[in-house]
Design a protein around this ligand. Structure first.
Ligand code: GLV
Ligand code: MN
Ligand code: MN
Length: 399
């Protein structure tokens, strides 16, 4: 299968034809189809398949002498955000298989294992915590907490994975697997407008996190309840959304409220509960923390004014990731000098960077749009990405 054939095979999976957006949430039918595709591609290439206890998939090309250590891992993820683009995640996985094919066509023989990874629940779209598969693998979330995470239907992570032949009691850090990996290089579509050339290398991921705001008021009739009698949680919620924008401007950060749940959600009912999720990112921890503190304060003030209770809970936080400098420099040199740029997006490579050298290759995105259907990379740039990844893998896994 060529890059174009693999891409075409994945393209319809989980796509909403009305919007062009993808809905590939962990362990739902479209994502399972993507997993099956991954296993077929791996088997078709004679790669050794490894399923870890956390739902992550690996396909290994072992050297002729069967060496299993010192591996060079590449890949990305196959799940999506709600209504996401085609490239965020799958580009890294498809490019990894295509790069392997290229190396084999050149009769390259690796002296170290090369692995292709598909990490589970990278977007956190189903269970709320981004990079859940790599976090579990790396010990960046406790198994106890992961087991109790719930999806929108109230099903726990433990229940869902148990239904897919994983043992929830076995999830967590996997030193045996990680000790076999010398480095991880993730190829990803660029998610803004910063990259002007076909391929670049990542320098850093800015600090980012997710917070849940629960506003609890009193459900009541929209027509008969006097304004003065209302305890409407929608009002402090609205204040908090505007405060997030203002705080971001003040602290040179970004803040987004992209998901909200209203109970009971009737047109003619004052809600009893509004839950909103705040995503904030910034140049440093202080900027992000100050942004969230300001939103919390504004929410508290407005909630008191409207006799509503408010609680803020941190669901995940990732400090700044400075990618391993020597690996990053090695990629830049191997590729003959390419742009080096930071990103505001989170990645499994960021989580794993706490334990092993990681690096990222970015492929130009002419629209600059991501997490939305307009996310794009030109076919020629995708092939340049494959070429770059193959060059990097050859350097790291040869000799
Ligand atoms: C993942 O793409 C994120 O940055 O939220
Ligand atoms: Mn993403
Ligand atoms: Mn991604």
């Amino acid at each position: 299968m060529t890059f174009a054939e693999m891409w075409a095979a994945l393209l319809p999976v989980g796509r909403d034809d009305a919007t062009g957006g993808y809905h590939r949430f962990a362990w739902t039918a479209p994502e399972l189809e993507c997993r099956a595709w991954f296993l077929d591609e791996a088997a078709g290439r004679g790669l050794e398949i490894e399923r870890d206890a956390n739902g992550n998939l690996f396909a290994w090309w072992l050297p002729a002498d069967g060496t299993r250590t010192g591996a060079v891992l590449t890949g990305s993820h196959l799940d999506s955000v709600p209504g996401g683009g085609a490239f965020d995640g799958p580009l890294g996985v498809v490019s990894a298989f295509a790069a392997l094919d290229k190396l084999r066509a050149e009769n390259f023989t690796p002296t170290k294992p090369i692995g292709v990874a598909a990490f589970a629940e990278e977007e956190g779209a189903r269970f709320g915590v981004a990079c859940l598969g790599s976090r579990l693998l790396a010990g960046a979330i406790t198994p106890e907490r992961a087991r109790t995470l719930r999806d929108g239907n109230g099903q726990t992570f433990a229940e869902v994975i148990a239904a897919h032949n994983l043992d929830p009691t076995r999830i967590g850090p996997d030193a045996d697997l990680l000790n076999r990996v010398a480095c991880y290089v993730e190829l990803h579509v660029e998610q803004g407008r910063a990259l002007q050339e076909p391929v670049g290398v990542a320098s850093a991921i800015i600090p980012h996190g997710r917070w849940r705001l629960d506003f609890t008021g009193e459900g009541n009739h929209a027509g008969t309840t006097l304004l003065t009698d209302r305890r409407d949680p929608m009002l402090p919620f609205a204040h908090a959304v505007l405060a997030a924008r203002e705080a971001a401007e003040r602290h040179d950060s970004v803040a987004t409220v992209g998901k909200v749940n209203v109970v009971p959600g009737g047109v003619n009912a004052i809600p009893s509960q509004v839950t909103a999720w705040l995503d904030s990112r910034g140049p440093d921890d202080d900027a992000v923390r100050a942004t969230v503190a300001d939103v919390h304060e504004a929410a508290r003030r407005a909630a008191a004014e409207h006799r509503v209770a408010v609680e803020l809970a941190e669901e995940s936080y990732t400090e700044v990731v400075d990618f391993n400098k020597s690996l990053r420099d090695r990629l830049v040199t191997t590729l003959g000098g390419v742009p080096v740029l930071p990103t505001g997006a989170g990645h499994d490579a960021g989580i794993l960077s706490a334990l092993l050298p990681t690096a990222m290759l970015f492929v130009r995105n002419p629209t600059g749009v991501s997490h939305a259907p307009a996310e794009y990379a030109e076919p020629a740039d995708c092939l340049a990405g494959v070429e770059a990844l193959a060059t990097v893998l050859k350097d790291l896994a040869g000799g």
